[in-house]
Design a protein around this ligand. Sequence first.
Ligand code: 13P
Ligand code: G3H
Ligand code: ZN
Ligand code: NA
Length: 281
Amino acid sequence: GRLSTKELLLEAERGSYAVGAFNVYNLEGVEAVVAAAEEENSPAILQIHPSALKEGGVPLIACCISAAEQASVPITVHFDHGNSKQELLEVLEMGFDSLMVDGSHLPFKDNVSYTKYISSLAHSKKMLVEAELGRLSGTEDDLTVADYEAKLTDINQAHEFIDATAIDALAVCIGNVHGKYPSSGPNLRLDLLKDLYGLCSKKGVHVVLHGASGLSKEIIEECIKLGVRKFNVNTEVRKAYMDALSSPNKKDLINVMASAKEAMKAVIAEKMRLFGSAGKA
Ligand code: 13P
Ligand code: G3H
Ligand code: ZN
Ligand code: NA
């Protein structure tokens, strides 16, 4: 059934595990998440990125909402990376349970005012608000040490940001990246994560980690110990889908769709076990 994202993350906090937020693009993606959640007896978040909303429109949201309502486990529907005010004003009316205000491209002061503005509107609709402080790098970025440091979430700014915006969840930048990690592996600042969780937990704010694709079992487990309660996963599920679609051995459309869905479901179910949300529904 449909729960609020607030309750879902609160339960995760109480149980010291994390919930997966999986980016979905179409019906098969939605069904893969819900089927994995039901099989694993896990809560889950269906997450729509602006590019997916542009393609799938209101029918994609309706699909998520209906799937959440009919699921035998708690599912919520979240809007990912809202980096346009105009778009977020529209998104507020579309029935999401929660949203991410992404002002990470803005100077600090502007990120504060942007996030604060959307946060108060979203709260009047009982939606959970996630926001980002710091700046996630893309995989392709070849960062100098100074650039890497500059993009990390600043703990003092985080303090001010949370107080000023009244957000419910903070997407932290500790060296995590969207897409693939460099061949040398992820370089996460776990000491910073520990400090940020210390701050956030005092303020009743949940810690979110974007870019979970490509993180090892050991790192994921360490991140959960250090307070991460929501992991965003996109690339690994998308890759499973694309690989299955392009596998040449199935010619029938229904078979292609079914095997692509199964491929996504397997990746998602594994994440649910890794995040510790399996068995918690
Ligand atoms: P990955 O593509 O690295 O899994 O990141 C997903 C994400 O952060 C979506 O917001
Ligand atoms: O957070 C990133 C979005 O889910 C988009 O992912 O950069 O792989 O298209 P992408
Ligand atoms: Zn992200
Ligand atoms: Na990643």
